[in-house]
Design a protein around this ligand. Structure first.
Ligand code: AHR
Length: 506
């Protein structure tokens, strides 16, 4: 047991609003995310609505997921949307060359995705094809989806059974255009982004929020090229600014990115190495924000992290191109600490999408289309426990002399905390990154009175613990005992744990 760490939280000094879209998700045509995950088809024995698996929808609705990014990823720049509309039996097939080299029959397309968003109550974030598509193709997709009244694309949509336009708030201009999306140079892509964005029109009063494909990790030069393309250093942003946000991607892994390690087997140093790598996204966001501040001091352009999460070697016996991995307490803490960091950058960071929702990388859900099993992962529980941070106002948090892990290889803080307030309530999230030591925390809650309505903790007997069809609840939230002493809330965090305290303020 460590000596108590004091954490001061000012309940009466609300800061910026935490954009609910920081809790966004991502679904690519990759492995069993769409097919065998969201989509089982209308003829399946698994209860579905129009082919969409209903228990998956129900589980995700409990997370209040704000937006869903689709169809990729790398797949987006191979995808031709017209192949995915009309009668399914007439849709052409294609090879999904990025992911497993399998044949994609396009049975899940535009209408199916929009139906999924409607079932989830989530906003659509569509990633258009810059790498192998055309400006006309993307322009017509926007028209097909969002235009009311009469037009050639509206007529086509009507022919396919949909009268009303949909709302598609978010539009991606390609994906990883420095890599799978075309291996472009930054300046060349920046010009293309302007061009594509120009023809992704606002139809009527439907407004698109256009997101330029951004950097890998801390490639700040990429962000700078995009910011230059929008305006110019010291100039007000052009009224003709064509994209409203720039993105970046950041994945967490232990050790070499190519020779990835298993999700469920790791040493103590790999545990700390992973968490340190995850925490480093704070430096990366600060870097991109500083570049953006120089060009856009008024923060009109949003920063979007539209792919993040852990990336391990695939589960034994599964297709290496399907990126199917397990999810342990370690993944949960990567998620909780990322979310803390996202809250801290709420002034600039407007959206984030964990990769990917079902059966791929750091998934919320693991499914088996043959047995019908559905497993909630530890990462799922973090999103559920944290959901009240969405659209809440961040509260100032000061951790005073928190514990650290110091070794030859790694150096990191072991306590991560964030807090927010909304509608007379507050939510405090705490992560104990110590592998083997519990932490006593004294939360000094200043400025307002409080009652703690509920405290929960997510942990397990060992950090490698994970959920499976055989043991679906090995890692799940349990009630946590807390003690109130005046304005101090005392909490004991078990080793490798995540906890939330839900407060009513007075
Ligand atoms: O999420 C898996 C892949 O990772 C995405 O398709 C790509 O954008 C990234 O490299």
């Amino acid at each position: 047991m460590s000596t108590p760490t004091k954490v001061v939280i000012d309940l009466d000094i609300p800061g910026p609003t935490i954009n609910r879209h920081l809790y966004g998700h991502f679904a690519e045509h990759l492995g069993r995310c769409i097919y065998g995950g969201f989509w089982v088809g209308e003829d399946s024995d698994i209860p579905n609505e129009g082919g969409i698996r209903l228990d998956v929808v129900e589980a995700l609705r409990a997370l209040d997921i704000p937006n869903l990014r689709w169809p990729g990823g790398c797949f987006a720049d191979d995808y031709h949307w017209r192949d995915g509309i009309g009668p399914r039996e007439q849709r052409p097939s294609m090879v999904n060359s990025h992911w497993g080299d399998v044949v994609e029959d396009n049975s899940f397309g535009t209408h199916e995705f929009m139906a999924l968003c409607e079932l989830l109550g989530a906003d659509a974030y569509v990633s258009g094809n810059v790498g192998s598509g055309t400006v006309q193709e993307m322009s017509e997709w926007v028209e097909y989806l969002t235009r009311a009244g009469d037009s050639p694309m509206v007529a086509l949509r009507r022919q396919n059974g949909r009268e009303e336009p949909w709302k598609v708030p978010f539009w991606g201009l390609g994906n990883e255009t420095w890599g799978c999306g075309g291996h472009m140079r930054a300046e060349a892509y920046a010009d293309l982004a302007r061009q594509y964005a120009t023809y992704c029109r606002d139809h009527g009063d439907h407004k698109l929020y256009r997101i330029a494909a951004g950097a890998a990790d801390d490639d700040l030069a990429w962000t700078e090229a995009l910011m230059k393309a929008i305006g110019g250093l010291g100039c007000r942003l052009s009224a003709k600014t064509r994209f409203q946000a720039v993105s970046f991607h950041y994945y967490t892994h232990a050790g070499d990115a190519i020779a990835r390690t298993p999700a469920t087997e790791f040493s103590a140093e790999q545990w700390y190495g992973t968490l340190q790598k995850g925490l480093d996204i704070d430096r990366v966001i600060r870097g991109h924000s500083a570049v953006m501040d120089a060009y856009d001091p008024e923060r009109q352009i949003g920063l979007v992290c539209d792919e993040w999460g852990t990336w391990w070697s695939v589960e034994e016996g599964t297709n290496p191109g399907f990126l199917y991995q397990q999810n342990t307490v370690r993944d949960a803490l990567v998620a909780s600490t990322h979310l803390d960091i996202f809250h801290r950058h709420a002034e600039r960071l407007v959206m984030a999408n964990i990769a990917q929702t079902v059966n791929v990388l750091q998934a919320m859900l693991l499914t088996d289309p043959d047995t019908g099993a559905l497993v909630l992962t530890p990462s799922y529980h973090v999103f559920e426990m944290n959901k009240r941070h969405q659209s809440a106002r961040r509260l100032p948090v000061h951790v005073l002399d928190g514990p650290r892990h110091e070794s030859e290889e790694h150096s990191l803080e072991l306590l991560s905390v964030s807090a927010s307030t909304k509608d007379g309530t507050a939510l405090v999230s705490l992560s104990n990154l110590s592998l083997d030591t519990s932490q006593e925390v004294a939360l000094d809650l200043r400025g307002l009175g409080f009652a703690c309505d509920r405290a929960r903790v997510l942990t397990a007997d060992e950090p490698q613990a994970h959920n499976s069809a055989e043991q679906p609840d090995r890692v799940r939230p349990e009630a946590l005992d807390v003690r109130v002493e005046g304005s101090t809330l005392r909490v004991t965090l078990p080793p490798h744990s995540f906890a939330t305290c839900e407060l009513t303020l007075s």
